[in-house]
Design a protein around this ligand. Sequence first.
Ligand SMILES: NC(=O)CCC(=O)C(=O)O
Length: 316
Amino acid sequence: MASISAKPFRLALLQLGSLTSSKASNIAVAKQAVLEAARSSPKPHLVVLPEIWNSPYAVTAFREYSERVPHVGSKYDEVDEGETVKAMREMARENDIWLIGGSIPQKDEKTDEIFNTCTVYDPSGTLVAIHQKVHLFDIDIPGRQTFKESDTLTGGKSLTTFDTPFGKIGLGICYDIRFPEMATIAARQGCVAMIYPAAFNTTTGPMHWSLLQRARAVDNQIYVAMCSPARHPEASYQAYGHSLVVNPLCNMADLGFPAILILPWYRGDILVEASHEPTTIYADIDIDLLNTTRRNLPITVQRRFDVYPDIAEKFL
Ligand SMILES: NC(=O)CCC(=O)C(=O)O
């Protein structure tokens, strides 16, 4: 069995509300939400912010709000970095947490390109991972939802995982979840979870938000989480909200309880889901449950690479 060696951990997804066109005010909102999550009991080990939370989610805003992001390994007090990166380092350090900093528009000073970028910090404020959104959100559903990130953004060119004391985590950003290869490769690399800062909308959210996360979790036998901003009636883009954590299990009988006792809490593989209001949701990531699922349904060791190609091969 391809079991995973990791430790249980507690995850907090911050579905931020009150986001405006003021970057300073958005940073203050995020700081307060991180502080409150870190003070909750039990304290979460890993805290997640949503996609593009320091800027309006609009192609016309990304360049204006973009910032320099320093290199992986850079420490707290690096002088040459944007105000949002500096603030996120402080959030991680002052609260002694791991922080997945949602995403922000990043400017590459050398090429002048703008990326939709997720940065991750350890509890000392060191920048430990950078993921640039690989698949840009370019869709046109006439009369419902049109968005073209590629008008101002450039897509990233690599996949991202990072190690923590509780296990390896894979990263994607929002639309990246529609491309199952990313989660499959991360799972094969030993990740216990794929985490996606995200901002689906009120057209595609009801159709696919939960389905995509459950599919990635069940296919790859990992945990999956997406963290959205709260809905904002005045925003040009209506985020779906509904931040969500799912596990890879569909059969609650595996927990050892008769189904009748767990019926009131039975929600398939959905561990916790927010509404569209500002809130923070918490989930306990249980590695035994993940390994039990892998033992009972041993698909991780039944792949037939003699019949089809192994897409993860060059990453292993
Ligand atoms: N910000 C995004 O990438 C939105 C993706 C989305 O809404 C989708 O349906 O996919």
